[in-house]
Write a protein that binds this ligand. Structure first.
Ligand code: ADP
Ligand code: ADP
Length: 240
């Protein structure tokens, strides 16, 4: 169980499809020869300014984009054409703007655990280490989310999405600015729950602000598609 290895990976949108070309610079790489690892069971943070290539890297790790150069290995096996589909089943992704069905909270969770009835939804949540995220919503699982139901807080929406992601029992969990829009109390509460997942799966947390990644074991900082710094959070903090 070695986690993920990103080896000399580059990506250019214009090389993939001319339709994705974004103005004149579309053909130039937005990720350039990056090499880093996501150690199994650890929390790695990827930080960098907007447009530095973070989401592009996430999409490659999720098996949604193919590197134009270099390779990505999961537990030593390259993610390629033959196993990309299977790999997608092993990853879970939580963005900043989560998608929730306009249905009950339980129905939203059951999207990721279709076989779980009302009674065994909690056992499924516990087995997936997801219960912590929705414990405070326990009495509201039948509440309808959305325009015709209650308007949940941003924190509640993220918790439901996180629990739903965990129900898939991913080996890699990617949080893409997943808590960036929340106030610091909600951020630190969710960070605490994520902390409890350490050792159970490989986690990549993506943020543009360093304050969001204090719980990471390891930090990779990028700018303009290149790695500018790799190290432990405390050490990076002392330098900045
Ligand atoms: P970040 O997540 O750090 O904000 P992105 O990976 O979204 O960065 O973007 C990196 C660069 O790639 C930016 O310059 C962005 O404009 C460009 N980019 C993103 N998506 C596309 C696309 N579909 N076509 C062309 N360029 C894109
Ligand atoms: P803003 O667009 O300024 O963030 P909104 O009024 O759209 O504020 O949303 C306020 C809060 O309600 C946010 O936390 C948002 O995530 C949440 N929210 C928005 N739409 C819905 C919805 N259909 N159901 C439940 N919660 C929602």
């Amino acid at each position: 169980d070695t986690g993920l290895n990103i080896r000399d990976v580059s990506f250019a949108y214009g090389d993939v499809s001319p339709a994705l070309r974004d103005g004149e610079g579309g053909g130039k790489p937005v990720v350039s020869g990056i090499t880093f690892g996501l150690p199994a069971g650890k929390v790695t943070a990827l930080i960098g300014p907007s447009g530095s290539g973070k989401s592009t890297i996430a999409d490659m790790l999720l098996g949604l984009l193919e590197p134009t150069q270099g390779k990505i290995l999961a537990d030593g096996v390259e993610i390629g054409a033959q196993n990309r589909r299977r790999w997608r089943d092993q990853v879970a992704y939580v963005p900043q703007d989560v998608f929730l069905l306009h249905d009950t909270i339980a129905a939203n969770l059951r999207l990721a655990a279709p076989q779980a009835g009302d009674d065994d939804l909690w056992s499924a949540l516990r087995a997936a280490h997801a219960a912590d995220f929705v414990e405070r919503l326990e009495h509201r699982l039948g509440t309808v989310v959305g325009d015709r139901g209650v308007r949940l807080s941003g924190g509640e929406r993220q918790r439901i999405a996180l629990a739903r992601a965990l129900l898939r029992k991913p080996s890699l969990l990617i949080l893409d600015e997943a808590t960036s829009a929340l106030d610091w109390q909600n951020q630190s509460l969710i960070a605490k729950s994520i902390d409890g997942l350490r050792g159970r799966m490989t986690i990549l947390t993506i943020a543009h602000r360093p304050s969001m990644i204090a719980f990471a074991d390891w930090v990779v900082a990028i700018e303009n598609g290149r790695i500018v710094e790799v190290g432990q959070y405390q050490r990076l903090k002392q330098k900045s």
